[in-house]
Ligand binder design. Structure first.
Ligand SMILES: [Mn+2]
Length: 324
């Protein structure tokens, strides 16, 4: 059901809305949710924003970012709940029961493995959720002002790797052009997103890369971040952003993996270069994502998670389960 008019109808009837990002939010999730907040506010709705894991520091400069809360007022009930950029209901976190706090769930996403958990589902193949929010703004006839544009721009560049990934299309560039016309300063934003790192981030990533492991054929390379390392460097999850992409950039590496210990679980981040569909591998471990970027959370200790995952990746590499 790919129909923006269903969303328009629901918006017209509603007075209140809650927008929810996914856990461990990225730029697309945060930028899209704030842009949607501004759009719906312009239409007269009273809108709240919820992100269970808050907002990574790097996005603190975004217009209206202070509207994003990591708590929902108790007993509050909303006409609409928008889930943005979340392929699965579980990605919205375990602290809210979405069907209890809103009448109508609207699921807006660009992950093709989306489980269609909404009452209205708008799932479309495109670079980012931002592209869909941009379309929705046009459909609702809300002009793209500078604050909407800045939020959408950050969402767009973070999900396309600053227009490097193959999800970048002609539409992506048309949209970017219009966002620039609306007042986005691309140099300022890309400097904030790509050229601003904490010293903690550099140090913990150096430590993880220093102990980088590979399979014997070197087609798979993987790094590990333990709880002990996180404590030693006083690091947060966001200090690890970009690490797995660096590993993928190694010549000859097809699959890059980051293993991160979290309590009694292990968070696994996958990247692939050309030929392996890592979302399929992640799904085998209860996770999901995109063809070249995916993730999963595995219960148990680090070494058994690593063994299981790396041997599964080796199977894929050996079986030539390659993409075309
Ligand atoms: Mn996204």
């Amino acid at each position: 059901m790919q129909d923006l008019s269903a969303i328009k109808k629901a918006v017209k009837r509603a007075r209140t809305a809650l927008i929810v990002s996914h856990i461990d939010p990225d730029g697309d999730s945060i930028g899209s949710m704030i842009a949607l907040f501004i759009i719906l506010s312009r239409l007269g709705l009273k809108v709240s924003l919820y992100s269970q894991d808050g907002v990574p520091r790097i996005y603190n400069f975004l217009p209206d970012v202070s509207e994003v809360k990591n708590k929902v007022p108790p007993r509050e009930h909303f006409d609409l709940l928008f889930a943005v950029d979340s392929s699965d209901i579980k990605r919205l976190g375990d602290k809210i029961v979405i069907k209890q706090i809103a009448k109508t769930i609207i699921n807006i996403d660009h992950h093709l493995d989306n489980t269609n958990y909404g009452d209205i589902n708008y799932v479309q193949r495109c670079s980012s959720t931002a592209e869909i929010i941009y379309k929705l703004a046009k459909f609702l006839k809300v002009p793209i002002d500078r604050s909407i544009a800045q939020n959408l721009y950050v969402a767009l560049i973070t999900d396309t790797g600053n227009y490097r990934y193959e999800n970048t299309s002609a539409e992506t560039f048309s949209m970017a052009a219009e966002l620039l016309r609306a007042g986005v300063d691309t140099h300022d934003i890309t400097t904030r997103i790509y050229d601003t790192k904490s010293i903690t981030s550099i140090r913990i990533q150096a430590a993880a890369l220093g102990d980088l492991e590979t399979t014997s054929d070197r087609k798979c390379a993987f790094a590990t971040v333990t709880l002990d390392m996180m404590e030693r460097f006083h690091a947060k999850g966001e200090d690890l952003v970009g690490l797995v992409d660096q590993i993928r950039s190694i010549d000859g590496v097809e699959v890059a993996i980051l293993f991160r210990q979290e309590g009694d679980k292990v968070k696994v981040n996958f990247r692939s270069k050309d030929r392996i569909n890592v979302s399929e591998i992640a799904k085998g471990f209860g996770g999901g994502g995109h063809v070249r970027a995916a993730g999963a959370i595995i219960a148990g200790d680090l070494s058994s998670a690593k063994n299981k995952v790396v041997s599964e990746v080796e199977k894929y590499l050996k079986a030539s389960k390659y993409l075309v």
